[in-house]
Write a protein that binds this ligand. Structure first.
Ligand code: GLY
Length: 393
């Protein structure tokens, strides 16, 4: 039995095809109330430990617990979210709390919250008793369109983000779009950056659609929002099914992330810079770097930057907190060399040939990255195509 056996009315279902580790992503408005029907195959009669973000506990957690109580024995651990929570210290505290509750190999961990909680609770599930079942209930747009799908779990180390972790696929992902109603506008916009990412990395038609529907997504018009989440989840499911452990294709999901992780490290994970904001600026830098290397044109760079700006997102380093905007480019590049995507000291980036056409390029020179980081604006970082024509004639 899979979660698709529940009575699906107006909900959508995306399947992540991974052989015996395949699972369903169920997307719908208000579906927390039906959580017991959807999740029964995985939790009925078992002990469940819910790891939830304190900030999103009510009413979503109450709804989930009320739905699951008749079929499972639920215990809840709440913790604060925010990137700082993905620490060894917090991980140890949560592991000890789970062990104090008492677990066995049948125990199921459910993550309720944003990407931080999903990564943290997922890594707990991957490591408790060498692996417990795990379910994702993402409550932020960023987690609903990206981090809850695909099985990446982990915590941060002093050397950088997500450097300690495991691939551990969930048994199910339950996306209740109603949860987004309690998100503040800034969190919603930050999640929207990851939505745009799917258009930029491989689906120009989706980017066109976002040009017309982006505001409706931010305003949470139900049908448009659900359609955007479904399309992102389908895109991610296809990529993960083709390349679960990131040997190739999956790396495209890191578009903008090498820059973004360096910006986040420079900001110190103290909440002033949200991951999605760093990704928005990071994607513009990736486009500008592609332009500098002659891979794409200035027009596509400007189109991406204009789209992000129009939707209230940063489009260049100068839009980020002052310490990131003014950070020494060499320091940022040093952060990049510690990134998981760096290999043998080489700087590797997801670059683009245009909107919807991303690819991985290894061995980018430090000088090219520095030139892009040192530009005060995107305009300064690229020679406009028309100017280029003039220069050449
Ligand atoms: N968020 C990137 C990935 O899941 O691969």
């Amino acid at each position: 039995m899979t979660s698709s056996d529940h009575n699906l009315v107006n909900d959508s279902l995306v399947n992540v095809v991974l052989g015996e580790r395949s699972y369903d992503i169920t997307i719908g408005y208000g579906i927390l109330a039906k959580a017991a029907d959807i999740l029964a195959p995985f939790i009925a009669g078992r002990k469940v430990i819910i790891v939830a973000d304190k900030a999103v506990t009510k009413p979503w957690l109450t709804r989930l617990e009320a739905s699951l109580a008749p079929i499972a024995s639920c215990h809840c651990i709440t913790t604060s979210g925010g990137e700082a929570a993905k620490s060894f210290t917090r991980y140890a505290e949560l592991m000890n709390s789970a062990l104090d509750i008492g677990i066995d190999r049948q125990t199921v961990i459910i993550a309720v919250g944003g990407g931080v909680i999903g990564d943290l609770a997922g890594f707990m599930a991957a490591s408790l008793l060498r692996g417990c079942d795990f379910i994702q209930v993402p409550t932020t747009l960023l987690a609903q369109v990206d981090s809850s799908v695909g099985g990446k779990t982990g915590i941060n180390a002093s050397a950088g983000k997500n450097l300690v972790g495991a691939f551990h696929q969930p048994k199910a992902v339950l996306i209740d779009t109603a949860c987004l109603s309690s998100l503040d506008d800034r969190e919603m916009r930050a999640g929207y950056a990851e939505v745009v990412k799917y258009g930029l990395l491989g689906d120009a038609a989706f980017f066109e659609w976002l040009d017309s529907n982006g505001m409706a997504i931010l305003n949470q018009e139900p049908d448009i929002l659900a359609e955007a989440i479904r399309r992102c989840c389908q895109a991610k499911a296809d990529i993960v099914a083709a390349d679960e452990k990131e040997a190739g294709l999956r790396a495209l999901l890191n578009l903008g992330h090498t820059f973004a992780h360096a910006f986040e490290a420079a900001a110190g994970y103290d909440g002033r810079l949200l991951h999605g904001e760093a990704v928005a600026a990071g994607m513009c830098h990736a486009f500008a770097l592609s332009r500098r290397l002659g891979l794409t044109d200035g027009q596509s760079c400007h189109r991406v930057a204009n789209h992000l700006t129009k939707h209230g997102l940063p489009s260049w380093r100068s839009d980020l907190p002052a310490d990131v905007a003014q950070a020494d480019a060499d320091l940022l590049i040093d952060h990049m060399t510690k990134d998981k995507k760096a290999s043998a000291g080489q700087l590797n980036f997801v670059l683009v040939r245009g909107i919807g056409d991303a690819f991985v390029k290894k061995g980018i020179s430090r000088a090219d990255v520095k030139a892009v980081l040192d530009a005060k604006t995107m305009d300064e970082s690229i020679i406009d195509d028309n100017t280029m024509d003039e220069v050449m004639t």
